[in-house]
Design a binder for this molecule. Structure first.
Ligand SMILES: [Zn+2]
Length: 299
């Protein structure tokens, strides 16, 4: 792991226990701003949740999280999200879009057992060569080599392997959207040769499009932090996609760039108050400058 990432993680470890404590105040301050005229209530917010694998034993916890969030936020579909971001549809209330990264097999289960009964649709960002893996052991090796570098297949949770092409076709049948997450989960840095960047960003997506026979307009760059992306990669991505998703936390104001989508990474181990605090913007400021840089690159 990079030194900067370690620092970031240490800071997050320090902040995590504090954020849930701040949640009631943040929520209250938002409510006050909404009802007091001239208090800067602002427009409705549009935020994007970023999940990865969901442990099969935690489907109930995940379902509870979504139900809980539905009381405060309106879940919108990927199609509605696209329309709002393009300015074709107004955002009338605070809304959330659901996304999943990497293409873990558990995503299929989540779609079938949780999202379908709740009538929710999501974007699933998949790594093309991970989808290609036909053997479970090869898929687990891929995870160790490309997704969780430094791990060993024996140390991975048993349910960690990939969704295959049929699983993705099934997701599309259910109204979900498949987005690109590169060919091999490469870090898209400025010193990566251009042909490699193009292969990761463009070929990865084109192959999804060919195999699944759907347009692939959404892209999420691997790792999601500012340091794992580059201007060179953005220049290529913006020629190919309508929507580029990051892992930077924040609100996606209608009318802001569709090439710098902010997302809030959460997992089933996070408390209601922690997720609530993130979504009320408790740590948005930390990602503000990085978001601005990405917006410059996207112009
Ligand atoms: Zn990823």
């Amino acid at each position: 792991m990079w030194r900067a990432e370690k620092r970031e993680e240490a800071l997050m470890d320090f902040l995590r226990p504090l954020l849930p404590v701040a949640y009631p105040m943040l929520r209250l301050s938002r409510l006050v701003r909404r009802v007091v005229p001239g208090a800067g209530a602002g427009a409705a917010e549009l935020r994007v949740l970023l999940y990865h694998d969901i442990h099969p034993r935690q489907l109930d916890v995940f379902r509870d999280q979504l139900t809980d969030l539905s009381r405060r936020w309106k879940f919108i579909t990927p199609v509605q999200f696209e329309r709002v971001m393009r300015g074709e549809e107004p955002l009338r209330q605070d809304s959330l879009l659901l996304t999943f990264d990497d293409g873990f097999a558990s995503n299929s289960q989540v779609a079938e057992q949780v999202l379908k009964p709740l009538g929710m649709q999501a974007i699933f960002f998949v790594v093309t060569e991970f989808v290609d893996q036909r053997d479970r052991l090869d898929a687990r090796r891929f995870i160790c080599d490309r997704l969780k570098a430094g791990t060993e297949p024996d140390a991975l949770p048993e349910h960690w392997f990939n969704m295959g092409w049929t699983d993705l076709a099934h997701l599309i049948e259910q109204g979900h959207v498949v987005g690109a997450h590169t060919a091999t989960h490469e870090r898209l840095l400025s010193d990566v040769p251009e042909d490699v960047l193009r292969h990761e960003i463009i070929n990865g997506a084109d192959r999804l499009e060919d195999r699944l026979d759907v347009a692939v307009r959404h892209f999420a760059y691997p790792f999601g932090d500012f340091r794992s992306f580059s201007q060179q990669a953005m220049v290529i991505a913006k020629t190919r996609f309508d929507f580029v998703h990051s892992g930077l936390r924040g609100n996606n104001l209608p009318g802001s760039s569709s090439l710098v989508i902010r997302r809030d990474a959460v997992n089933t181990g996070d408390s209601h108050a922690l997720i609530g605090a993130f979504l009320e913007g408790a740590s948005d400021l930390r990602y503000h400058r990085a978001g601005q840089m990405l917006e410059c690159w996207a112009k």
